[in-house]
Design a protein around this ligand. Structure first.
Ligand code: DAT
Ligand code: MG
Length: 150
């Protein structure tokens, strides 16, 4: 079963979208394996967004992601990485389809509400940044046979 790192950014928290987003993830059928509210340090933000270091928006991105609490999650399910990217919509909310989180709730690329890993490798790396192994729960859901054929 695939795991991905999902984070409701400070704008999503401030705009009272935590419940809405968690609900979408649950209703889709994904399992939340870990979840916590945290305030990210600059150091951690720079590691998490390391691939963007040197880009013109990097400073603003780090300022923004450290500007308030975020909700960090490990979301689990078949093809969870790609599935969550689809649910999030395009990076720039102007290009995100309606029905997606960014398409429905966002307007600016620098305030796009949610982060989700873009590959299985990044998911492993990002989960490792934000969660200890013992914080990730492994549990059975009795309704899984109504979500998965096998
Ligand atoms: P994504 O979050 O869809 O994976 P990304 O990894 O390319 O997108 O960029 C990380 C975040 O940086 C993105 O969610 C918002 C911000 N960002 C990306 N491109 C930007 C730009 N051109 N101007 C301002 N912020 C940008
Ligand atoms: Mg990215």
């Amino acid at each position: 079963m695939e795991q991905t790192y999902i984070m409701i950014k400070p704008d999503g928290v401030q705009r009272n979208l935590i419940g809405e987003i968690v609900s979408k993830i649950e209703k889709k059928g994904y399992k939340i394996a870990a979840m916590k509210m945290i305030r990210i340090s600059r150091e951690t933000a720079e590691i998490h967004y390391g691939e963007h270091k040197g880009k013109p928006f990097f400073g603003g991105l780090v300022d923004f992601i450290t500007s308030g609490p975020v909700v960090a999650m490990v979301v689990e399910g078949d093809d969870a990485v790609a599935g969550m990217r689809k649910m999030m919509g395009a990076t720039n909310p102007l290009n995100a389809e309606f029905g997606t989180i960014r398409g429905d709730y966002g307007i600016s690329v620098g305030r796009n509400i949610i982060h989700g890993s873009d590959s299985i490798e990044s998911a492993k790396r990002e989960i490792g940044i934000f969660f200890k192994n013992e914080e990730i729960c492994s549990y059975e859901r009795s309704l899984d046979s109504w979500i998965y054929e096998n």
